[in-house]
Write a protein that binds this ligand. Structure first.
Ligand code: ZN
Length: 512
């Protein structure tokens, strides 16, 4: 017998996401009970972020898809689309697998539109998943905005604390999330960092050694030689050149806290940050002197470099990798996987590694240009294709529901008359049954109308002359771009060659 199963996943942490695992589970169980389904298994992913982790890093989903592919699963109950995947392409990939193995997908959240059938389904699913992804980005934005006031108070918010400091809050040992819990127990004016006494000593030693360093050494301008000389002091022997640099330039040692978030730099100097001083007011000269000295040295970029970019590891600074899952290496035919800022070929020795932003933009421009070109020369034909493909199923469903609803309206009217004439429990029951049907159908109609509206909006972007003219300076949102890119079926990438694009729009085979 094929199984009915539940998939659960919570993202971010409990504070920011009201949809806890147990709530999702209750909803799913209730949904199943109403339909007399027996739940055979629960795949509980815990709180892994779908946005952060690839399929490989979500063992329960991987196991579930394996079970799907071996024909064990009949239906899956999940809270919302975004529980399966936060990225459009990944969602579509999962959606395809479920479709292929004829697995029924059920969303248990009240306001989640049901999965779509028919020709337009994949496109609509892409739009809906796009909305889910958009929400995920908003969550990241909200997280950023919630941090700014704390940063301005002088609390350390971004990345791990500098050398010689540690966070007062103990990290939950069982949580893999990088995000720390908000600090609640801090008093006004109290810092969320504290000194590590041993390391404070190291820092102090470092500044006084730099103070004492001879001008001969500085004149050589060689940073690694400079470090070598400092490391002759046994208290500094274990420091790496990178650590030496980071300590010297760290303004927190003189009570100033500098943090970078979402492209902005916040430099705070207040009573909170002043408590974190390592050098006293009188010793402040040592800090400035050390900084003057290192400025005279040739320091490799790997040491001074934009360390903040890598260290912060803030997701929103990484590109969205819109083409992952449709990208293939033109040489080895292997998929290209998004790693930080580039797509890398699965074959380790292969050098095909385009920059995500660049390639996404290039492919987008070409698909968009193709749509525009098509729009200019064969507008009627293109519109026909798109409308037929994406619009018809909605119209059909809406017409059907409209009919059903007006039939129900008439029935309700006559039953109401009936009930007035012959008040009986039977008649009462029948009437309330009809009213319930009416409510459900109206709700469904509302969903379809809203989807139809989104769909039409998308198509409208294609039929506005002004939009066509904007090709040279496109200011579409990331989501709109994503929607357009969801028309891409596969892209073969080869260095020095133009990417070979296949689209879902039937007539498109590359440009020209
Ligand atoms: Zn390759």
């Amino acid at each position: 017998m094929k199984k009915t199963v539940i998939y659960l996943r919570q993202s971010l942490n409990t504070d920011k996401q009201p949809h806890s695992i147990s709530m999702q589970k209750d909803m799913a169980l209730e949904y199943a009970e109403k339909r007399d389904w027996i739940i055979h298994e629960v795949y509980d992913e815990g709180n892994r972020s779908a946005r952060k982790t690839t399929l490989d890093e979500r063992p329960q989903l991987k196991r579930l898809l394996n079970d799907v592919e071996t024909g064990k699963i009949e239906r899956i109950l999940v809270f919302k689309r975004d529980r399966l995947a936060r990225k459009v392409q990944q969602y579509i990939e999962i959606y395809r697998i479920l479709k292929k193995y004829k697995v029924d997908l059920h969303f248990t959240a009240d306001n989640e539109p049901p999965p779509f059938e028919g020709a337009a389904s994949e496109f609509i699913e892409a739009i809906l998943a796009g909305i889910a992804e958009h929400e995920a980005n908003n969550i990241v934005q909200r997280l950023i905005y919630s941090k700014i006031p704390l940063i301005k108070k002088g609390l350390w918010q971004v990345g791990s604390p500098p050398f010689a400091y540690e966070s007062k809050k103990k990290k939950k040992s069982d949580s893999k999330e990088e995000d720390e819990e908000p600090i609640k127990e801090l008093k006004e004016g109290e810092s969320n960092l504290r000194h590590i006494p041993d390391k404070v000593k190291t820092v102090r030693t470092l500044y006084s050694e730099v103070d004492a360093i001879s001008t001969d050494i500085v004149d050589k301008r060689d940073f690694s030689f400079f470090c070598k000389c400092l490391k002759e002091n046994e208290n500094l022997a274990s420091l790496t050149p990178k650590q030496i640099w980071d300590i010297i330039v760290q303004p927190l040692h003189i009570g100033k806290m500098v943090q970078r978030l979402d492209g902005n730099e916040y430099s705070i100097d207040n009573e909170v940050t002043q408590t974190l001083r390592i050098l006293t007011y009188e010793e402040e000269g040592l800090w400035y002197k050390a900084n003057d000295i290192v400025k005279q040295l040739d320091v490799p970029e790997s040491i001074t470099g934009e360390k903040s970019e890598d260290d912060e590891g803030l997701e929103e600074e990484l590109p969205m990798a819109k083409l992952e899952h449709v990208l293939r290496c033109g040489t080895c035919k292997e998929p290209l996987i998004a790693i930080k800022k580039v797509y890398k070929c699965k074959t380790k020795t292969c050098k095909n590694a385009p920059k995500i932003n660049k390639l996404d933009e290039e492919v987008f421009q070409r698909v968009w240009a193709y749509l525009i070109k098509k729009g200019e020369h064969q507008w009627g034909k293109l519109k026909e294709i798109l409308e037929k493909r994406y619009g018809e199923p909605f119209k059909a469903r809406i017409t059907y529901l409209d009919n059903e609803i007006s039939l129900l309206e008439n029935k309700i009217k006559s039953h109401f008359q009936q009930l007035l004439k012959y008040p009986s429990e039977d008649n009462q029951e029948q009437l309330s049954y009809l009213v319930n049907c009416y409510k459900e159908k109206s709700k469904e109609l509302e969903k379809y109308e809203s989807l139809h509206f989104h769909n039409k909006q998308f198509l409208n972007h294609l039929d506005k002359k002004e939009t066509l003219d904007l090709i040279s300076d496109i200011n579409l949102t990331e989501i709109q771009k994503q929607n357009i890119l969801s028309l891409v079926k596969v892209v073969h990438y080869h260095r020095k060659k133009t990417p070979d694009i296949r689209c879902l729009i039937p007539t498109y085979r590359g440009e020209k």
